[in-house]
Design a protein around this ligand. Sequence first.
Ligand code: ADP
Ligand code: MG
Ligand code: ZN
Length: 476
Amino acid sequence: MDYEVVIGLEVHAELATKTKIYCGCSTEFGGDPNTHCCPVCTGMPGALPVLNKKVVEYAVKAGLAMNCEIARDSKQDRKNYFYPDLPKAYQISQFDMPLCENGHVEIEVDGQKKNIGITRIHIEEDAGKLNHDQYGGGALVDLNRACVPLIEIVSEPDIRSAEEAKAYVEKLKSILEYLEVSDCKMQEGSLRADVNLSIRKKGETKFGTRTETKNLNSFRSIVRAIEFEIERQIEAVENGEEIYQETRRWDDDRGIGYAMRTKENADDYRYFPEPDLSLIKLSEDYINNLKDNLPEMPDSRKARYVSELGLPEYDATIITASKKMADFFEGALTVCSNAKSISNWLMGDFTRLLGEKEMEIENVPFSAQDLGELVNLIDSGKISSAIAKKVFEEMFESGKQPKVIVEEKGLVQISDEGAIKEIVLKVLENNPQSIADFKAGKDKALGFLVGQAMKESRGKANPQMLNKMFLEELNK
Ligand code: ADP
Ligand code: MG
Ligand code: ZN
């Protein structure tokens, strides 16, 4: 590769306030079209906006957690453009005096740590939604989302690959979740990214012309859209074509990006100060108070899991990436001290079953403590790991406590010497060939015999005891 990729991201996150940014309407997702609306958010003439304080608080928290400078004075501006989902024909945003500036977040790719600069974070209102297709030929507008508060997080052009872009968005998502300022549900559009991308010959110091691919709302589409655009730009340059500064769309079903329009710049938007809202003035006390009360961030939790619980760095990274996962982990730890085993369950079967059932952690039908109890049942020898897997699947189905499932289904591990011996003798009697193999030095035969015994006991026999007893019998 003779080229270097340069990427800067603009990430929009819907804030988790109960009400909209300039009126008291509900921000709840869904709802019948145009039922979360009033004269302000539908842009009726004469209706006046009132800024929601919580929006400022949430945005400042995000800025502090991303190491930004917080403006003591910041301004809201009108960004003018016409589109049918924008009833006022302008969006209230922030132009030259944003709330937060000059921050950074740390990402890690292949063990390499790197800071990505945050140019600015500003607050703005979301637009409504157009529903195409449904009514042959027409489009209907739903303004429930109009005026829902957003922060836009603009990065410096510091990102150099699709992997770094993904790690960066994952980091933002995790910080916003830990702060509880956004639910970050990408499938509901609560977190979406615009990718600005250019290429340049290696060693070149000037940036190339960038394109902007808008509204990517999954990690998969971010990565695929970037890979597509890198290839497209390289091919164009190799063919002696020019790269135009343009806005592009990504079609995730077809796996292709396409040009939408040539890029507008600030002039086209005719920004000017919003005359109906005053400056946002923040006191030192206000900012310091938010700073002193920030919750623990993912990196610090991760460090704590490694140093206090002895969790491997790898586990700690995965568990703390999502606050809900980390909270679940800590919930299980309240009844069980085997941190590593809990972590294994969470990274393994738990994550797999969530994926298969397309379930969010908050909808899991059993509690974190139940997972801790399951690990206790294994550690105390009550059930085998193999049985535990079955119990765990049942917990996902019925939400019943592991103890109850084990009792109902008679899954308690057989650890009684006499019972184990009975199984061992029976298996030996049925497998003379394996005995001969073992005596001839084929160690594998032992594994086979234990497997047969597990089958015979329908997974309930204690495997350590089986092993020991087989060896005893075979060496007699
Ligand atoms: P706009 O408001 O028109 O979208 P900005 O100057 O705010 O433009 O930049 C938007 C994003 O584009 C930023 O994230 C920035 O890092 C990124 N960016 C700027 N120049 C380049 C470039 N040449 N290649 C890739 N990304 C770029
Ligand atoms: Mg932009
Ligand atoms: Zn409203």
